[in-house]
Design a protein around this ligand. Structure first.
Ligand code: GBH
Length: 455
């Protein structure tokens, strides 16, 4: 008899979890004093979101969180990454506190505790109070001042129950896609100079978030940023392609990862942006580059890079365009490149000397996932998760300090401009009846979390 001996155990302390975000699942968009967010506003502009879908009800998690945590617990989920909705706490983004908003999250954290689930809390996952947008939003330093008040308040309020804090989710999404291409809220199409300034204001918020945790977090509190860095994968794992990929990674991520780990913007970045480079004030980088406890990375896909020379490639690398028939999920940007989750953490370790990295999101979305005989057979998602976990395991074996993995997402939810049609959950949500059905991928991941190895 042959014994199955493939050994892929994860370290004892490795964190397996699932992730979601306030705006995408809570619904109750105007309940109990919540203010309008930029997404509540944007979703009502005709033509902006597929199907004209809005966030008013979503998964109705606001009213169903206790059942949802019971379901998580039944699947063996012990860590859940969620976000707090800023406009529930400060409906107008000023200093007028909405106590009902804090009360909601107190109830939610109590329910999580009851079900044995540890919270990992993102302070900001894109639901900016619309009132702040109307005063300039991410172009204005006043937004960072408002964020400081908000961050101080939530860290103080929840310091006894929340020990893992993430300042912001994916700076480049709510800045460049919200203010450059305009595909995400608030849908503005501004110049590169304006977009670069929005990065800087977001970095100030990150700094205020770190400071809030240092001041009010209490014993054992930890904090980091979640970034969606541009990921480079060497076409061939040779020293030349690896070096080229690393150079591309460093160039592409200079304005965010470079900035939080340095004492200012790099020469390269400032030169590249020239007159469009952001402006800053004395002391900004003391705030922005405070040491953090971990780095969060949302990894979905990558760009293939190879070494190249000659006039067309002054930086020594070439980024390859993918062929039209390259395998991908239903989101056009979500190309299947599992090595992404190996190389991004490894490059962060090598370039910025990170000692602790969490994959704060990884997952894939599809439009057609029918419930048939009480099941959703999403073998495509099982494969995606397994292929990525194998690369996480390879990274850990090579000494890359990846300490956890959060699957995006626990449940199908509001996929921003793609509305409810694009499903990322391991649990199916019927948006008409609010019935939840764990997919095959949920059963699979449940077993992986339980046995703590790749199955
Ligand atoms: C994450 O972003 C988000 O954090 C999460 O809320 C979301 O639901 C999830 O992933 C799935 O999308 O405009 O063609 O250039 C994912 C990372 C990177 C996806 C930027 C969209 C832009 C594509 N995002 N990307 S494009």
């Amino acid at each position: 008899m042959t014994t199955f001996t493939y050994s892929s155990n994860f370290p004892e302390t490795f964190v397996f979890g699932v992730a979601a975000a306030s705006a995408q699942i809570e619904g109750a968009a105007f309940a109990d004093g919540k203010g309008e967010s930029v997404w509540d506003h944007f979703a009502r502009i005709p033509g902006k979101v597929v199907g004209g879908d809005n966030l008013d009800v979503a998964c109705d998690h606001y009213n169903r969180f206790d059942e949802d945590f019971a379901l998580m617990a039944s699947l063996g989920v012990k860590h859940y990454r969620l976000s707090i909705a800023w406009p529930r706490i400060y409906p107008k983004g000023d200093d007028q506190l909405n106590q009902a908003g804090l009360d909601f999250y107190h109830r939610l954290f109590a329910s999580m505790a009851k079900h044995g689930i540890t919270p990992w809390v993102t302070m900001f996952h894109w639901d900016l109070p619309q009132a702040l947008e109307e005063k300039g939003g991410w172009t204005s330093r006043a937004t960072a001042d408002a964020f400081r008040i908000y961050a101080d308040t939530i860290v103080k309020a929840f310091s006894s129950v929340v020990k893992n804090w993430i300042t912001l989710n994916e700076i480049r999404c709510f800045t460049v896609l919200g203010y450059g291409t305009g595909t995400k809220a608030p849908g503005r199409k501004e110049s590169d100079a304006v977009v670069n300034q929005t990065y800087h204001v977001a970095l100030l918020c990150h700094g205020h978030g770190v400071a809030a945790v240092r001041t009010h977090g209490g014993p054992g509190a930890r904090v980091g940023l979640t970034d969606n860095c541009d990921v480079a994968v060497p076409v061939t794992e040779t020293p030349a392609d690896i070096a080229a990929a690393k150079a591309w990674f460093s160039d592409k991520n200079a304005h965010i990862l470079g900035a939080i780990h340095g004492k200012g913007y790099s020469e390269y970045y400032l030169q590249r942006e020239g007159a469009n480079a952001p402006s800053w004030e004395a002391g900004d980088f003391d705030l922005i580059s405070q040491p953090t406890d971990f780095l969060g990375l949302n990894i979905y896909t990558a760009t293939y890079i190879r070494a190249a020379s000659g006039e067309a490639f002054p930086r020594g690398y070439e980024a390859l365009k993918l062929p039209a028939n390259y395998p991908r999920a239903d989101s056009v940007w979500l190309n299947m490149i599992p090595q992404a989750i190996y190389w991004a953490p490894r490059m962060c370790q090598e370039l910025y000397e990170h000692k602790s990295i969490y994959i704060t999101e990884n997952g894939c979305g599809y439009d057609v996932e029918p419930v048939e005989n009480g099941e959703v057979i999403d073998l495509h998602r099982r494969d995606y998760v397994r292929n990525h976990l194998r690369e996480v395991h390879r990274a850990i074996s090579d000494g890359v300090p990846i300490d956890g993995y959060f699957l995006w997402s626990f449940i199908d939810n509001y996929e921003w401009e793609d509305g409810y049609a694009r499903r990322f959950g391991i649990v199916h949500c019927d948006f008409k009846t609010q019935v939840r059905t764990p997919k095959l991928s949920a059963r699979y991941y449940s077993r992986v979390m339980q046995e703590r190895k790749i199955l």
